[in-house]
Design a binder for this molecule. Sequence first.
Ligand code: FAD
Length: 395
Amino acid sequence: ELTAHPGDLFNIDAALTEEERAIRDTIRRFVDDKILPIIGDCYVQGRFPDELIPELAELGVLGANLPEEYGCAGLSSVAYGLIMQELERGDSGIRSFASVQGALVMYPIFAFGSEAQKRALLPKLAKAELIGCFGLTEPDFGSNPSGMITRAREQADGSWIINGAKMWITNGSKADVAIIWAKTGDSTEDSSIRGFVVPTDTPGFQARDQKGKLSLRASDTSELVLVDVHVPADAILPNSKGLKSPLMCLTQARYGISWGVLGAAMACFEEATSYSKSRVMFDRPIGGFQIQQVRLADMLTEIVKGQLVSLHLGRLKDAGNFTPTQVSLAKRNNVDIATNIARETRRLLGGNGILAEYAAMRHMANLESVYTYEGTHDVHSLILGQAITGLNAFK
Ligand code: FAD
């Protein structure tokens, strides 16, 4: 039964609708045909496969859970999660591209934008006619974005001048528009944080690729510098207010990540399973040794548990009553188990496990970024800790 449905011992397939399975299978075929053959080389070269962007848009994966009236696919949260799972089965960098465009660029425009911004931008972002990035993190303010230094100052005519620097910005150097989070006026209060839609060709806006990454190599990560970037009055996202707004975007993205990393874990589990059956040492397949069987049993157990968490979370989200704390639990757990599964696969593969020809070490290195971004594992521990005890460890 495992051979027919690798990793689906509990027949979670049966809990999906026919449409959800069909969407999952379409993206899986795309990943098998278009991503897996090239991704190892892209990773070694440190290159995001730009040539696949039009197809990703064509498949409707960008902002797939946003409404059709804005040119999006209008899918359920579970279908959206399955798309993230399949993309990350290919590579975390591909899923990161889709997460940023959908959950961190299209979602804030959808949630906090004016009707004119939504109509002008969302259909183009869905078709990848425009690429976006999300600038929240700064060199000195990562886990604590409320300390951000970036400032937007309102001018007499209602326009804004933005100054500041952002770091670790996915898609930053290929973006046409950047969602920039900045404090307004002189206030140091969280509540003055607002979002701005900044065209990246505005004078004073600069994006520089961050070099030397040993993780997420098939993804662009950039540093943004904004020097007197002058944007019109209607660049502000009118309904954004306070740190809560970017955190709402992160909740969307973290939900997708909880599914995505399961894809990376499944890819590793399948690689480990198949390798354990074909690699012969001491005259028998290594999969016949108890140590390797324990490894595989642990992997499958954690994948099944993670799938149930994400599926249930997705159903809660579709019912309109999921909470950020639930998302923290799912992101924290699933990234952690996926990272361990990738590392155990790498080990099971012996020397071959360090080659880009196999997926394990690429996923292992990628997942270290996923462990850190979108709220580090530690930060999610503290969010859960506060929910459990009522005591705030951040202050
Ligand atoms: P720090 O906050 O300096 O943390 C360092 C260590 O301290 C960590 O172990 C952390 O868990 C720990 N720590 C921090 N606070 C506490 C505490 N209160 N208690 C205990 N331990 C603590 N940001 C964006 O805005 N947009 C993007 O598109 C984006 N893409 C990214 C892509 C990549 C590849 C990476 C690596 C990062 C990306 N980020 C992005 C930034 C990411 O969100 C931050 O790296 C993350 O929030 C952590 O911040 P930091 O790196 O400054 O680490």
